[in-house]
Design a protein around this ligand. Structure first.
Ligand code: NAD
Length: 482
């Protein structure tokens, strides 16, 4: 069934001002499943104006009321999780079960978390004795932009809009043009569940047009962006001119460091999840697996066996482990890296081939998950973010070499360490250039913790009160006693 999506501005569904549309394609079949507004400056101007008008009233509402509305939106997601998961799976190609159990569960949790966080958030006071007293006031930034990628559409959109709205801002959001459907559903749901018109606005469209117009708009006071490092760099360059508040969550090329005391079976099981969840299209996925030479072959063989057993196929099928990649272009990019690995002398232990599942999905964009070893350390396949179902293996001799290899990247988002030695775990975690380190696990999340990357993986941290601080200005008031 083909459907046209709409921008959602001032509580109303609107077509793009230009009358132009983009196609929404289903990765699992290659078929057109709808049209997405190809928005531009006019749509953005309309949305920013609506958000600007709604902002003073929204900011003046009691915190408890804003929290209640966020809870209501969370209830909507919970009540419509199966339907929303179907939209998400169709847009992204990810297995339906993953969309329901991870994406929808987390979208709901994000809204509930920030509804709670804002009601527990407090200011500071600094007593100067007989001289006076300082206290802090926080005020929302105003109208903010939330820009999100295609890999975790509703999960990341709610992660941004929830703290922005909780803190009293109004929002203009621009989701990825590749995965627009759940964002449209969310924007409509916000209006249905009682958010005042103009508080949460959504504009669809391509990055260089709709996205660029949004970040360039002079009335935007904060930009929260998650996406690729190249886009983030350009955005930072532009934002510098206006000195607008900016949060950047960017790419990664995350190491997993496996020490000699780790259990090869448990590690292999953990690495399948860390490397291949969502077809390896999670910014946090472990894509460079570093293994101590004494257990290298034991871990390699178990990992290759398990990855080779993953079932690639229709995302709707309950026994599918790996769905489709998000676009034909992305599949070509991933296959290009696998060809590069062959040219660089790499040995492909499993996968790395285009797959055409029979039936409904025979024209979809599938690639079998790949494990590659024997690449030279300077291979592009090891250095660059592939963002697909591909991991590389490298042996190391000792802890220093492991850390040197782990940090040998422009990125610094996440790392995993696999060891039973607690002393070593703490020591190594403290030397890894990564904003997030998991020891003996992956993607175990507590939403209060700092989330973000070092180096080319981003600027700033999200999570807990940090997200609320990002979306507010702080003012110190000093009362001088006379
Ligand atoms: P992308 O940078 O191409 O696009 C991200 C968003 O930015 C999209 O909505 C896009 O339309 C928009 N955009 C593109 N050009 C723009 C411009 N000039 N001005 C304003 N907006 C613009 O990224 P993608 O391909 O959608 O996502 C994949 C990338 O996202 C990967 O690099 C991945 O690692 C990263 N990512 C990072 C995190 C994190 O938390 N660090 C999470 C998920 C994904």
């Amino acid at each position: 069934m083909s459907r046209d999506l709409a921008n959602h501005i001032r509580g109303e569904d609107l077509p793009p001002a230009s009358g132009n549309w983009l196609e929404n394609l289903e990765p699992a079949t290659g078929a057109v499943i709808g049209r997405v507004p190809d928005s531009g400056e006019k749509d953005i101007a309309r949305a920013v104006a609506a958000a600007g008008q709604a902002q003073p009233d929204w900011a003046a509402r009691p915190v408890a009321e804003r929290a209640r509305l966020l809870e209501g939106l969370a209830d909507y997601i919970a009540a419509h999780a199966d339907w929303l998961a179907g939209l998400e799976s169709a847009d992204t190609g990810k297995p339906l079960a993953l969309a329901r159990d991870v994406d929808m569960a987390r979208a709901e949790a994000n809204l509930r978390f920030f509804a709670g966080a804002v009601t527990h958030w407090s200011g500071q006071s600094h007593d100067m004795g007989s001289a006076g007293l300082n206290y802090s006031q926080t005020t929302p930034l105003g109208v903010v932009a939330c820009i999100t990628p295609w890999n975790l559409p509703l999960y990341l959109l709610t992660w941004k809009i929830a703290p922005a709205l909780a803190a009293g801002n109004t929002v203009v959001a621009k989701p990825s043009e590749l995965t627009p459907s759940t964002a449209s559903a969310l924007a409509r749901a916000a209006t249905e569940t009682g958010f005042p018109p103009g508080v949460f606005n959504l504009v669809h469209g391509a990055g260089p047009t709709a996205g660029q117009a949004l970040v360039d708009h002079p009335d935007i006071r904060g930009i929260s962006f998650t996406g690729g490092t190249v886009t983030g760099r350009n955005l930072a360059r532009n934002a510098a001119g206006r000195l607008v508040r900016l949060s950047l969550e960017l790419g990664g090329k995350n190491p997993a460091v496996v020490f000699d005391d780790a259990d090869p079976d448990k590690v292999a099981e953990g690495l399948v999840r860390a490397g291949f969840t969502n077809q390896g299209q999670v910014c946090l996925c472990s894509s460079r697996i570093l293994i101590h030479e004494s257990i290298y072959s034991a871990v390699r063989d178990r990992l290759a066996q398990r990855v080779g057993d993953l079932k690639v196929g229709d995302p709707r099928s309950p026994d599918t482990d790996q769905g489709a990649l998000v676009s034909a272009a992305h599949r070509e990019k991933v296959l290009g890296y696998i060809d590069q690995a062959r040219r660089d002398g790499g040995r492909i232990l499993c996968g790395g081939e285009p797959v055409q599942p029979p039936g409904r999905c025979e024209n979809g964009w599938f690639v079998s998950p790949a494990v590659i070893e024997d690449l030279p350390a300077d291979s592009r396949v090891i250095a660059e973010e592939i963002f697909g179902p591909v991991v590389t293996l490298q042996p190391f001799a000792d802890e220093d070499q492991a850390i040197e290899l782990a940090n040998q990247t422009e990125y610094g988002l996440a790392a995993t360490v696999w060891t039973k030695d607690l002393n070593r775990a703490h020591r190594v975690a403290g030397r890894l250039e990564a904003g997030i380190v998991w020891v003996n696990g992956w993607l175990v999340r507590d939403l209060r913790t700092p989330f973000g990357g070092m180096k080319a993986s981003g600027v700033g941290r999200e999570g807990g009160f940090r997200s609320l601080e990002f979306f507010t200005e702080t003012r110190n008031v000093c009362i001088v006693y006379d």
